[in-house]
Design a protein around this ligand. Structure first.
Ligand code: GDP
Length: 361
């Protein structure tokens, strides 16, 4: 799926760079352009694509300091500068736009939903969010920011693919130490997903195409992406169990949003040498994903590439009812309450749907 990325804020810019570099390294060519937007001048250095500094009149290039309402305001006033930077990049071949941001900070958290809304108004292609949830041990401000941002972002984008900063953390590693490795993990997953939707010369009909990604995300709301890989046997028969076990791992322990397995729709992609991908294994794994997610809309397809491994990607659409997300929304609402010193309680199961957390827009 040919896509253009817009990284907003520090994490957004870094992750966009990681994605661009992965796509180039793999020679996929699915990322057709990237732009980074920030209120902090220093965070735009070292990015190998066009950058746009917004809010100069308000914060003079020093950032919004974790104030996501200010981040939203600044994006609102300077949207035109971002749109000019995009001018001519959303060409006829581009199939989607991704707005990439860390949801716990200020610029990305506040600016990304505002930008998604503007892009929706202007372009016909789907506008997706790629948002990073703060880890458990980040402070209350990050949790509140992320809670408010993700509600708004999910509403304004066609779908919001979430990555939990706790998901790929190694034991003993702090969130900050782990950023680079987390970014690599995300770039690989998302990079493979985008590339899987590209046409491959001379291969069979079960190949994934972009419309399957778009249809899986059509229900909107929150999406998650799981991944796992294993060494492949040279023949398809020898890989039936491998496809099953990598599918299980992708969903149960390799997801960008752990424990989010109830979904409205799913897409199972099996990548590897074309001759080594077992039809029977893929079909069995697809049925298993149906049972596990409770969704009757589970699509499946191959992604033929030259590799001695079998890799499985599981894209889930509509996972907002998951326990993991409800726990997070509860954490964010608690933090907001503590900040406001308001002792009134709410039903945690209702956090997603109700107004416990203020919207940003
Ligand atoms: P902004 O520049 O104001 O948008 O703020 P940041 O982008 O620094 O956002 C802060 C949030 O993003 C925090 O919740 C961090 O955990 C997360 N974050 C910051 N940098 C990175 C990064 O390189 N990788 C990942 N995965 N998360 C990051």
């Amino acid at each position: 799926m040919k896509s253009v990325l817009i990284g907003v804020g520090q994490a957004g810019g870094k992750l966009a760079r990681e994605l661009v570099e992965y796509d180039e390294r793999m020679g996929f060519g699915s990322i057709r352009g990237a732009v980074a937007v920030n209120t902090a001048k220093a965070d735009l250095r070292n990015l190998p694509f066009e950058t746009v500094l917004i809010g100069q009149d308000r914060v003079k290039g020093h950032g919004v300091g974790g104030d996501n309402e200010l981040g939203a305001e600044v994006m609102q006033s300077d949207t035109n500068e971002v749109l000019s930077a995009l001018d001519g990049r959303i060409t006829a071949g581009v199939e989607s736009i991704f707005v990439v941001a860390g949801l716990g900070g200020g610029t990305g958290s506040g600016g990304a939903p505002v930008l998604a809304k503007e892009l929706q108004r202007i372009y016909d292609v789907p506008v997706y969010g790629l948002g990073i949830l703060p880890g458990r041990d980040e402070g209350a401000m990050y949790q509140v920011n992320a809670g408010r941002s993700l509600k708004t972002f999910a509403r304004e984008a066609d779908a919001l693919l979430l990555v939990d900063n706790d998901a790929f953390r190694s034991a003993g590693e702090s969130v900050t130490e782990g950023f680079d490795s987390i970014n690599e993990e995300i770039a690989q997953r998302v990079g493979l997903l985008l590339a899987s939707g590209e046409a491959v010369d001379g291969v069979a009909e079960s190949v994934v195409d972009s419309s399957e990604i778009i249809n899986t995300l059509r229900t909107g709301g929150i999406a998650a992406l799981g991944f796992a890989s294993a060494e492949a046997a040279p023949d398809a028969e020898g890989n039936i169990n491998t496809v099953m076990s990598t599918t299980r791992r992708a969903l149960l322990s390799g997801s960008s949003l752990p424990d989010a397995t109830d979904a409205d729709a799913a897409l199972l992609i099996v990548a590897g040498e074309q001759d080594a991908i077992p039809r029977k294994g893929v079909e069995r794994a697809r049925k298993w994903v149906e049972e596990e997610t409770g969704s009757l809309q589970v699509r499946g397809g191959d992604f033929p590439l030259s590799s001695d491994r079998i890799a499985t990607l599981v894209l889930l659409g509509g996972v907002e009812r998951s326990d993991r997300l409800e726990t997070f929304m509860e954490r964010a609402a608690d933090a907001q309450k503590a900040e406001a010193e308001d002792p009134t309680d709410g039903d945690p199961a209702e956090q997603w749907g109700n107004d416990e957390l203020d919207d940003l827009l």
